[in-house]
Design a protein around this ligand. Structure first.
Ligand SMILES: NC(=O)c1ccc[n+]([C@@H]2O[C@H](COP(=O)([O-])OP(=O)(O)OC[C@H]3O[C@@H](n4cnc5c(N)ncnc54)[C@H](OP(=O)(O)O)[C@@H]3O)[C@@H](O)[C@H]2O)c1
Length: 273
């Protein structure tokens, strides 16, 4: 009979886009904290390698699910798996793709890939875990947006910014919806981070001023510190002196919406009452 005490687990963290970049660092850090993991991405070989490295380093359970989140059948497979698993306590909606080009220079396939992965998968997987999280009044959702969700680089980030605008508003709305419950929802807004997404997107990282680029390890460590501090929105690269800008942005959003509720055209349009 074994006398060893069972290992304590924080439950399973599901991480999409865990085959590289930011997601791979999340996998390492969350395992180090004591989470079991379910790693999702297309490249099964990289997921398998990550799983064995993490098992060896941290002694946690690591499952892998190879899936193309741009394919409805694969997305449904992942959604069903995580909805049915009561051990899931955390979802990191991190998978994302980018084509950094003007709309006119973006193919329909590239546009749809961004919309499918950056938008549809984030919504579908959030909705998959939500019933279980609500039933248990516990759980954590981290949605990885981008600073390009509230800004555009003209001719560069047009469709990508649109998809990350969805992540921003969807996540802020979800936070309102779940206020007062035991479910935490964090919106992470990275700026330039040194990952393969730059090559994927058509802008080599070498073209970016290195002073503006964060390492993914720094990004994830700051994001987890923000989560621990109870931040709703975490923007690791915004320095302390500028942190009030986010508050001002939120207040301006609310005030602008309130200003629309007049029911009549403004006098500058010269439309009769
Ligand atoms: N790096 C930055 O500068 C930056 C800035 C702001 C926001 N972000 C956001 O950060 C998140 C992570 O990106 P990253 O920088 O770490 O990029 P990355 O290194 O290119 O990693 C992207 C991850 O998403 C997965 N992925 C892409 N398309 C997928 C699909 N169709 N189905 C399943 N998985 C898919 C990739 O895995 P497979 O290829 O194996 O499928 C990979 O694991 C994204 O949401 C991105 O928009 C990044």
């Amino acid at each position: 009979m074994s006398t060893s005490t069972p290992r304590k687990t924080l439950g399973t963290a599901v991480i999409t886009g865990a085959s590289g970049g930011i997601g791979r660092i999340y996998a390492d850090r969350l395992a180090r904290r004591g989470h079991d993991l379910l790693l999702v991405a297309r490249r099964a070989d990289r997921l398998a390698a990550a799983a064995s490295e993490i098992r060896a380093a941290h002694g946690v359970e690591v499952g892998v699910l190879a899936a193309d989140l741009a394919l409805a059948a694969d997305l449904d497979k992942v959604a069903r798996a995580i909805a049915a698993d009561p051990s899931v306590t955390m979802l990191v909606n991190n998978a994302g793709t980018a084509t950094m080009a003007a709309v006119a220079a973006t193919t329909p396939a590239q546009a749809m890939a961004m919309i499918d992965v950056n938008v549809s998968a984030v919504a579908a997987l959030t909705m998959a875990v939500l019933p279980g999280f609500k039933a248990r009044n516990a759980g954590t959702i981290v949605n990885v947006g981008s600073v390009l969700g509230f800004a555009t680089v003209p001719g560069v980030s047009n469709i990508y910014s649109g998809t990350k605008g969805f992540v921003l508003h969807f996540t802020r709305a979800l936070q309102d919806e779940l206020a007062g419950t035991g479910i935490r929802v964090q919106l992470l807004l990275p700026a330039a981070t040194a990952t393969d997404i730059w090559d994927v997107g058509g802008i080599p990282l070498s073209q970016i001023d290195p002073a503006r680029v964060m390492r993914p390890e720094q990004l994830v460590d700051a994001a987890l510190a923000g989560l621990d501090q109870g931040e709703a929105v975490t923007m690791p690269s915004v320095q302390d002196g500028d942190a009030a800008l986010l508050d001002a942005f939120d207040k301006a959003r609310v005030a602008l919406f309130a200003s629309t509720q007049t029911g009549k055209p403004a006098s500058r349009y010269g439309v009769a009452a």
